[in-house]
Design a protein. Structure first.
Length: 104
């Protein structure tokens, strides 16, 4: 089960990279592209995903925040992890569609 949990965390992290790319994601630099924060608090085994759907502005609240307590048994958090992955995939798809529209 721990391997499955680690695979889900890895998938979440990879989706965050796919959405953010490796560029700064401040609105004044990238426009209104979604920005995702991935935070792991090792001291309490908490994974926090924060999503700013139309970009990150200083001192603004996220549109979506998901907290995954990784010390919980995998069976208890698997469904929530899957929901997080689906949410991130939808945002990634929207980013890809916008990129394709700009290319046309």
């Amino acid at each position: 089960m721990e391997l499955e949990k680690m695979e889900k965390v890895n998938e979440i992290l990879q989706l965050c990279f796919a959405i953010n790319q490796f560029e700064t994601r401040q609105v004044e630099k990238t426009g209104h592209k979604p920005t995702v924060f991935f935070r792991f608090s090792g001291q309490i085994s908490l994974l926090t995903i924060q999503i700013h759907k139309t970009g990150w502005y200083p001192k603004t609240a996220e549109d979506i925040e998901m907290e995954i307590w990784l010390y919980e048994p995998f069976e208890e958090i698997k469904e929530y992890m899957d929901e997080c992955i689906l949410c991130l995939k939808a945002i990634e798809e929207r980013c890809n569609n916008e990129h394709l529209q700009q290319a046309v």
